[in-house]
Unconditional design. Structure first.
Length: 279
C-alpha cells in the first residue's frame, strides 16, 4: 500500500507514546532512541546529583519536556518532507498499538523502580506529624542512595520503612543515634545527659504531651526518630527504634506544595514552599 504519512498524526503519536510517531513515519531506530532517552535522562540527572537540588530538578524536568517537544517536531518534519511511499510491514495499526502498550509498560516499570535504578524517589506528605517542617500536601525529593554512602546525622529528616510494617514508608527526624541514651520529659529531649537544641520545633506543637515520656536506650545499629509535631506524632517513643536496614532515603527539598495549613481549611497552592531545602 502506497500512502503519505500525516504530519499532524505523526506529532500527536510522539506525544502519546515516546517514539510512536517515529515508528509511524518509518524510523524504528529513532523510536527506540526516543523511548530510551527519557529514562536515561532521568537517571543521568539523579546519578550526577541534579535531581537533589531545586535548580537541577527544574533543569531535568525542562530537559524531559524539550525531548518530547523536539521528538514531536522531528516527526512532523519527516512526515511533511517525505513523499507517499510503500508502507513497511511494521507500519500497521496493530504494530503501533503493540508498541504503545510495550513502551507504556517499560516506562511504568522504570518509574516504579526509580529508587533502585536511579537513586531517587518522590513523596507526598499525608499527615501533620512533621509540622512545621513538612506540611500535609508537601511533595519532596528523596535521595534513596544517600545512606549507602553514609549514616544519618542527628537532626536529619529521613524516610524509613516503618518497623511494624515495612510496606509503609514514614518520614521523621533522627534524634537519637546508635548507643545514645535519651530522656524525654515535658517537651524537653536530653541526649546522653545534655539538653538537645531543637530550633526546628514550633512551641505550639510541643506542649509536653503526656504520652511517650521516659528514658530510652538506642541499640547499636538503630536510630531513634521523632516527628516535629511532638504533641501529635507516633514515633520511636511509641513503637520503638528504626533498624539501620530500614533506612530508605534522605529528604532533600520540596518541589510542590498543595494542601491546607490547618484542619478543615480549603486546600491551596503554596508557592512560597517550592524549593525549600529540608533542615
Amino acid at each position: 500500500m502506497i500512502k503519505k504519512r500525516s504530519a499532524i498524526l505523526a506529532g500527536l503519536l510522539n506525544f502519546m507514546g515516546a517514539g510512536l510517531g517515529f515508528l509511524y513515519v518509518g524510523r524504528p531506530s529513532w523510536a527506540a532512541i526516543n523511548l530510551l532517552s527519557l529514562p536515561l535522562l532521568l537517571g543521568f540527572g539523579a546519578w550526577i546529583g541534579l535531581m537533589f537540588k531545586p535548580a537541577g530538578f527544574v533543569a531535568v524536568c525542562i530537559s524531559l519536556l524539550a525531548v518530547i517537544v523536539a521528538s514531536m517536531y522531528l516527526a512532523v518534519r519527516i512526515a511533511r518532507r517525505e513523499q507517499a511511499a510503500e508502507l513497511r510491514a511494521y507500519q500497521r495499526w496493530y504494530v503501533y498499538f503493540s508498541y504503545y502498550v510495550a513502551a507504556s509498560i517499560f516506562l511504568n516499570v522504570v518509574l516504579m523502580n526509580r529508587s533502585a535504578l536511579f537513586g531517587y524517589e518522590t513523596f507526598r506528605v499525608p499527615s501533620r506529624s512533621m509540622m512545621e517542617t513538612l506540611l500535609p500536601g508537601d511533595s519532596f525529593v528523596s535521595n534513596t542512595w544517600a545512606f549507602k554512602r553514609r549514616t544519618p546525622r542527628r537532626g536529619e529528616v529521613i524516610v524509613f520503612l516503618y518497623p511494624k510494617d515495612p510496606s509503609l514508608k514514614y518520614v521523621q527526624r533522627v534524634v537519637g543515634l546508635p548507643g545514645d541514651t535519651l530522656r524525654v520529659q515535658g517537651g524537653v529531649v536530653e541526649v546522653n545527659g545534655a539538653r538537645l537544641d531543637e530550633p526546628y520545633i514550633s512551641p505550639g506543637h510541643n506542649h509536653g504531651a503526656p504520652f511517650g515520656n521516659g528514658r530510652f536506650e538506642v541499640p547499636v545499629g538503630h536510630y531513634f526518630v521523632m516527628g516535629d509535631n511532638r504533641d501529635n506524632s507516633a514515633d520511636s517513643r511509641v513503637w520503638g527504634t528504626v533498624p539501620q536496614a530500614n533506612l530508605y532515603g534522605s529528604v532533600e527539598f520540596i518541589f510542590w506544595s498543595y494542601g491546607s495549613d490547618e484542619a478543615f481549611q480549603p486546600a491551596a497552592f503554596r508557592a512560597s514552599r517550592i524549593g525549600w531545602s529540608i533542615q
